[in-house]
Design a protein around this ligand. Structure first.
Ligand SMILES: Cc1cc2nc3c(=O)[nH]c(=O)nc-3n(C[C@H](O)[C@H](O)[C@H](O)COP(=O)(O)OP(=O)(O)OC[C@H]3O[C@@H](n4cnc5c(N)ncnc54)[C@H](O)[C@@H]3O)c2cc1C
Length: 449
């Protein structure tokens, strides 16, 4: 039976979800707090980008959007490390031919909204969700320009309104024993820009994610289609080197010149941008339950906001949509079972990627510059090459293996890491890392655990 479905939030996940549901013939309405971004002008070079990888791509492919989105993506084959001494190194993300994609958040969102509307989805802008009351069967959206608060009804409601979800809050208020945890890390982030060169080219290697790892903090840069790079500085709020200490342009310049000397040469406006662009915080949100009978479910960041260090928040939200659709396929009209199974399947996976993402911060900002870590990665890549089914590096499980669940990737990753810690302690590992002896020990340990 066709349902009337309301989605709160026309962000990345709400828009993709609306496409999935409309393709199944449901009547879908989306209410979005912001105005229509397709009608707004965004200055060139200010696009904020995201890493889209295999889980997100698979979800897009399932609704026929892969080719459309690939047109606006730039492949990134590995990490391009910029050391403090001016040396650089390239670390491939996976095997030959494996890469992640830099895509503009705004462009992706606009395309998804266009495609949703082509599929019959109605999107209402400037409509902020204020009330979801299941007992009284009322939904209210305050129109932010007309200030009217009409109420409407739906058979099923999805809360896809992001990390600070109003839908989740409404669910929480009206649900007995609702578990909620939010956790801010002590680092925030700020976006800066590397514009194209004077002759209109990319200022650095385009097909890479650039990282300036500096132990307690890091700068990263992803390429944009307009040949600029969007840089993100992940930096402590407080402490010796921190946002609170860099309170004048002069201090910012002194710090950047000493810490990111090669990047500074490519960022003519960084000191101004540092004060013009906001400093934002990074939160992990875990909650339970995500659903209410056959009437309501949280999805995307509203259900599970995570920190961005594995580049998986959007990918995970897109995967939510794909898994939900598979459950609709399996269970037909039985929405109680669909939502129950959706929650049972996705909650452990969301918790796992949340933990993996926090752990990856240390790896990116600190370990990518450590020669021991690089050797470990080389050993793991070799094992993967020789035994592709037995040994898959944790990064590849998360990023390039959409059929391995996040919870499985976390478990397997922990087991492999424990083995690697022992291997890295072997005497003379620097010279004998390719020896059969090392390989044999790893395989034995793998069997035993
Ligand atoms: C710095 C940073 C870098 C990131 N990098 C990556 C990356 O490389 N790869 C990756 O996969 N993920 C990344 N992420 C995570 C990714 O941005 C999120 O996981 C993704 O945007 C979640 O999509 P969403 O639709 O659930 O939420 P959102 O994108 O937040 O969309 C929610 C929508 O709901 C609307 N809304 C909010 N409240 C209401 C309301 N009351 N009524 C109606 N509408 C409302 C909002 O206006 C918005 O349009 C990054 C996040 C950050 C912060």
């Amino acid at each position: 039976m066709k349902k009337e479905i309301t989605i709160v939030g026309a962000g990345l996940v709400g828009s993709l979800l609306s496409i999935y549901l409309s393709k199944r013939g449901h009547k879908v309405k989306v209410y979005e707090r912001r105005s229509d971004m397709r009608k707004e002008k965004i200055a060139a070079g200010r696009s904020i980008n995201l890493a889209l990888s295999d889980r997100g791509l698979l979800a897009l492919e399932k609704v026929g959007l892969l080719d459309e989105i690939k047109k606006i993506s730039i492949p990134m084959h590995g990490r391009f490390i910029h050391n403090l001494d001016g040396t650089t190194a390239f670390q491939p993300y996976g095997k030959e031919g494996q890469f992640i994609n830099s895509v503009s958040r705004g462009e992706l969102n606009k395309r998804l909204m266009d495609i949703a509307e082509k599929n019959g989805v109605e999107i209402f802008f400037n409509e902020k969700c204020t009330t979801l009351d299941w007992d009284k069967d009322i939904m209210e959206f305050e129109n932010t320009s007309a200030k009217q608060v009409p109420s409407s009804k739906a058979d099923i409601v999805f809360g896809a309104d992001g990390a600070f979800s109003a839908a989740r809050m409404q669910h929480q208020i009206r649900h007995d024993k609702f578990d909620y945890q939010q956790y801010y890390i002590d680092c925030g982030y700020k976006e800066l820009t590397i514009p194209p060169t004077a002759d209109g080219e990319f200022a650095m290697e385009v097909n890479a994610l650039h990282i300036w790892p500096r132990k307690d903090y890091m700068l990263i840069a992803l390429p944009n289609l307009d040949k600029s790079f969007t840089c993100t500085l992940f930096f402590p709020f407080e402490g010796e080197a921190s946002f609170s200490k860099l309170d004048t342009e002069e201090k910012v310049k002194t710090f950047f010149e000493a810490t990111f000397p090669d990047a500074v040469k490519l960022m003519p406006n960084y000191a101004k941008e540092f004060f013009n662009n906001p400093t934002s915080s990074l939160v992990t949100v875990k909650c339970f339950p995500w659903i209410r009978e056959d009437k309501f479910a949280l999805i995307g960041d509203a259900a599970h906001a995570i920190v961005p260090f594995f580049g998986q928040g959007m990918n995970c939200g897109f995967e939510d949509c794909r898994i939900l659709d598979e459950l609709i396929e399996k269970n037909g009209d039985d929405w109680k079972t669909i939502l129950q199974q959706y929650q049972t399947l996705r909650k452990p996976d969301a918790d796992a990627i949340a933990d993996l993402a926090v752990n990856n911060f240390t790896e990116m900002r600190d370990r990518t510059a450590d020669p021991k870590f690089l050797l470990q990665k080389k050993i793991e890549a070799r094992l993967h090459e020789k035994y592709p089914d037995k040994w898959i590096p944790a990064y590849s499980q998360v990023t390039f293996s959409p059929h391995i669940r996040y919870s499985e990737a976390l478990k397997r990753g922990q087991k492999q890491e424990a083995i690697m810690q022992e291997v890295m302690k072997m005497e003379g590992i620097e010279t004998k890392w390719e020896a059969e002896e090392v390989e044999k020990i790893v395989l034995e340990k793998l069997e035993r655990r």
